[in-house]
Design a protein around this ligand. Structure first.
Ligand SMILES: Nc1ncnc2c1ncn2[C@@H]1O[C@H](COP(=O)(O)OP(=O)(O)OP(=O)(O)O)[C@@H](O)[C@H]1O
Length: 728
């Protein structure tokens, strides 16, 4: 919610009337009068001032939330649990509930109110009757169990996000609330059924978007836009892919979608689990508080590397090797390599039981093996099935000989040493890491498995120059870990979650998409990304390709183009790179009203560091966070320059605070993050830091699109030609 609302409708004739308690409250953290205590409103004589009435409802709702929390704290589980395991589980659930019921002083309990023309029905409104509803982050009910605040995810809340003059969705009134430092200080009304009232832009929404950023990412629950809401509330059955320019709210939408799905399908997802996948730790750290603020504490977060972290990654690949290792054809190579362990039986299997010998001839064993090979089951599952199949063949013989063996006999035969030996010879266990070790270390083995799939050159590219001795001592790379993960899945099916959100998806290799895809093979996925921000050599060119590798080829691809972060002039400048980096994409619009500060400073090479420093010092005189973004190679120099000048700097992902607002960001870690002011050091060095020009320009595009309020580019070397020209 806005930390300040500027209730000055006069300056904004196109805005809905914004009411506040005083005609001209100064922005930001103005000391507010204390909120009224909960009082029982007298329905006969409502207070004449609507703001007073709303504050009174806020106070009662807070009191009700407090009571809900106290109830949860007072629960005595000793009476209901017979053993300590149950007690632990239950206490854990209660603790989580207590946490979720915390009244966070800076997150308003409700941010909207809907007055319907007709009562929508209590089934849609979390049990609330009537026509009027307060919409907030969580459900709050009074002592009688009657809802006072309705969860934003409830069906009855949907018109808060979607209703328009064109389609009022049975709303008479939509009211948005403005808060200052946790106090309700303003409201804004739209009378959707009134044809006289023009459709207007919301001041509260504008002020929320223009709000300076400090600290980690926050939720956008009060201001989700209609096109975003469609994605947030899309059904759980299908997967959705969102292509969106920088700052269009992809990450925000993905996180709110998880929160929505958890509300709408709580039990199902509690069983199957949800996961948010981001590009790196600092990004995950930046977003980690959004879901807890929405009351969702159970969503796991990981990078793709975490998912496939079966081995310790200590090595790196050249781009060429990583590209081949990440190619989808490697899946076929691995499949072949796993199956190459199967040998068709040459010997019969002879089982001795008591005085009798039962013989299953080789040709019959071969039939069993061929039948299992033809079935699309995992290598390990087939291996587990094989002893029973052989035992069955033995049992058939026993029956033919007039015996009447039962299931126990079959189990005993399956465990017989001769059967075990036959299985081991025909279908031996496969260790995935050892398999990949062999593929990358043994040229002949690789040649055999990759024949007709990878060219001899490609095989040479991925072969280790010095083969590792063991899976433990190998210097595995990130791409190798993905290969091992694929091999593991060939042996035993990977557990699938109920829903996976994949952010910055454009950067994944086909093999990485497969790794993510098998983690939602029976669930659904939300895939978020921007082709123009793809900075890996294997970044995807089209979403169709990516979705096919993920195993979700039929997902809907939606596009978001309305930018909430980057000021107009800055996005226009950055978009000069689009023809070179992603010619098919359209430029994002900026819905921010302020044009933003934007400057390009050209300095002599020996003045660069000082010029960057002074740009940072200037930015520090303003409000909000500052990101100094530079090529990896420039980071040590800049850090030393900042330290020498006594300017403290943070690392990406470290939380900014009022005292420490400057983050020194290597260009490679800038993705997904945002800062109020960005000082961009030497664009040419950022481009040169990448293996090829297109990737370099894409990296630069990512860096240029991080600012919320202003950008200062400082350079001594020439700018990339695409950016040259009049900056303003
Ligand atoms: N409806 C909204 N109301 C208010 N703020 C919003 C809204 N949508 C997005 N934002 C804000 O805009 C900023 C950019 O959003 P987000 O990081 O989700 O964009 P993105 O598309 O993931 O960007 P990138 O491609 O650069 O990673 C964030 O500060 C987010 O909170």
């Amino acid at each position: 919610m806005p930390s300040h609302a500027h209730p000055s409708p006069d300056h904004h004739p196109s805005s809905p009337a914004l009411r506040a308690e005083s005609p001209d409250p100064s922005p930001d953290h103005r000391p507010s009068p204390p909120a009224p205590r909960a009082e029982s409103p007298d329905p006969e004589h409502p207070h004449p001032d609507p703001l007073h009435r709303e504050r009174s409802h806020l106070a009662s709702s807070r009191a009700a939330l407090r009571a809900m929390r106290e109830d949860a704290e007072a629960l005595n589980i000793a009476d209901v649990t017979a053993n300590w395991v149950n007690a632990e589980v239950l206490q854990g659930e209660i603790d989580a509930r207590i946490k979720a019921l915390a009244d966070l002083s800076h997150t308003p309990l409700f941010f909207g109110r809907l007055d319907y023309l007709h009562a929508p029905g209590i089934d849609l409104a979390e049990g609330a009757a009537g026509e009027n509803f307060y919409i907030g982050r969580r459900h709050v009910h009074d002592a009688d169990g009657d809802p006072m605040v309705i969860d934003w995810r409830a069906p009855v809340s949907q018109p808060f996000y979607r209703a328009s003059k064109k389609d009022p969705m049975d709303l008479k009134l939509r009211r948005r609330f403005g808060y200052t430092g946790g106090e309700l200080t303003a409201y804004e009304d739209e009378h959707l059924a009134d044809p006289e009232e023009a459709a207007l832009t919301s001041r509260l929404l504008q002020s929320e978007i223009e709000r300076p950023r400090v600290g980690p990412m926050r939720d956008i629950v009060a201001t989700i836009q209609p096109e975003q809401d469609e994605i947030v509330r899309a059904g759980i059955g299908g997967s959705v892919c969102v292509q969106g320019a920088p700052g269009t709210g992809k990450t925000a939408v993905g996180l709110h979608r998880v929160a929505y799905l958890l509300y709408a399908h709580r039990e199902r997802l509690a069983r199957s689990g949800t996961l948010v996948i981001g590009p790196n730790r600092s990004f995950l750290h930046y977003i980690e508080q959004v879901l807890p603020a929405l009351g969702e504490l159970e969503v796991k977060q990981a990078t793709v590397d975490d998912l496939v972290g079966h081995v310790e990654v200590r090595g790196t690949d050249e781009a060429a090797a990583a590209t081949v290792k990440g190619d989808a054809r490697m899946a076929e190579v691995l499949r072949r390599a796993v199956r190459s362990h199967i040998t068709l039986p040459q010997e019969p299997c002879v089982v001795v039981r008591g005085s009798r010998r039962w013989r299953v001839p080789a040709y019959e064993l071969e039939e069993i093996v061929r039948e299992l090979m033809a079935r699309e089951i995992r290598y390990g599952a087939a291996r587990d099935a094989l002893p029973q199949r052989i035992a069955h063949a033995v049992l058939v013989r026993m029956e033919q000989a007039g015996e009447a063996p039962d299931d126990r006999v079959q189990d005993a035969v399956a465990r017989n040493a001769a059967v075990k030996a036959a299985v081991k010879a025909v279908w031996p266990p496969v260790d995935p890491a050892k398999l990949v070790l062999r593929l990358l270390g043994d040229a002949d083995f690789l040649a055999e498995q990759a024949d007709g799939i990878l060219t001899p050159d490609e095989q040479k590219t991925i072969l280790w120059v010095k083969p590792a001795r063991s899976a433990k001592s190998a210097k595995w790379s990130a791409a190798d870990a993905v290969l091992i993960d694929e091999a593991m899945d060939l042996v035993a099916r990977t557990h699938s979650l109920g829903h996976v959100v994949l952010d910055e998806a454009q950067d994944l290799s086909p093999m990485q998409y497969r790794a993510v895809g098998r983690r939602c093979s029976t669930g659904s996925a939300t895939i978020l990304g921007d082709i123009a921000q793809g900075t890996t050599p294997w970044a995807t060119n089209t979403w169709q390709e990516a979705l096919a590798h993920l195993g979700k080829p039929d997902s809907a691809v939606e596009e978001l183009t309305q930018g909430f972060r980057v000021p107009r002039e800055v996005i226009a400048y950055a978009s000069r790179l689009l023809p070179a980096i992603a010619p098919d994409l359209t430029e994002a619009t900026s819905i921010r009203e302020s044009a933003g500060d934007f400057e390009v400073r050209t300095v002599a090479a020996d003045e660069l560091d000082a010029a960057v420093l002074s740009a940072c010092e200037e930015a520090l005189t303003k409000e909000g966070s500052i990101g100094l973004i530079a090529a990896e190679a420039r980071i040590p120099t800049l850090r030393a320059a900042l330290e020498a000048a006594g300017v403290h700097c943070l690392a990406p992902g470290e939380e900014t605070s009022a005292e420490s607002r400057l983050t020194l960001v290597p260009a490679t870690l800038a993705k997904g993050l945002e800062y109020d002011y960005v000082v961009l050091d030497e664009p040419a060095a950022i481009v040169d830091g990448e293996p090829d020009e297109r990737t370099g320009l894409r990296r630069l595009y990512v860096c240029l699109t991080r600012p919320v309020s202003g950008l200062t580019v400082v350079h001594a070397a020439g700018l990339p030609e695409q950016l040259a020209g009049d900056a303003g």
